[in-house]
Design a protein around this ligand. Sequence first.
Ligand code: 2AM
Length: 185
Amino acid sequence: MCSGPAEPTQRLFFALWPDTGVRDALAGFAHAHIHKQARRVPDANLHITLAFPGSVSASVRECLEAAAAGIQGSPFELTIDRVGYWPRPRILWAGSSHPPAEVWSLVKALRTALLACGLQPEPRPWQAHVTLARKARHALPVTEIDPICWSISEFCLVESVTNPSGPVYRIIRRWPLEGQTLSMG
Ligand code: 2AM
């Protein structure tokens, strides 16, 4: 049996995108502390991934967008106060020692959205991190950093396009966290 032409797909992920102040603080730390041998993530690409659908068709994207639009959440603050190193992927990252309950709820809701759209969420437990550099040879000498306070009032769906010069991320939709509460009675 012949198969038809492959359906076009987009590589997508849900993320928290930093505002200019947070991005500059993260980039400032990375520029000051990360050796040039490591491949620093371009400033414009810094983010926290919440869930990773990967390559999906237009109909799955529609399903994900509809599910995301139904997620209710309140704005919250996330403090970036630590850095770490994962030796296997050779990644240097910045993260939060105490991710607030709201971000866990958001991640859980997005995992449910992925499942509802027929996708398998990442089996590894989610870790609140911003990848700062790849191909890093070793950890940084510090594990704590001056806290960067990140006020979060939306999450977004991002497309990742791999160019010869590296990945380019494009925010394709944003959903506000409006703090809606159900009225009782
Ligand atoms: P990383 O920063 O930890 O590498 C775009 O590729 C974003 O999606 C990156 O932030 C990347 O996380 C994340 N990502 C890539 N592949 C992934 C996977 N298989 N599971 C979860 N997140 C992934």
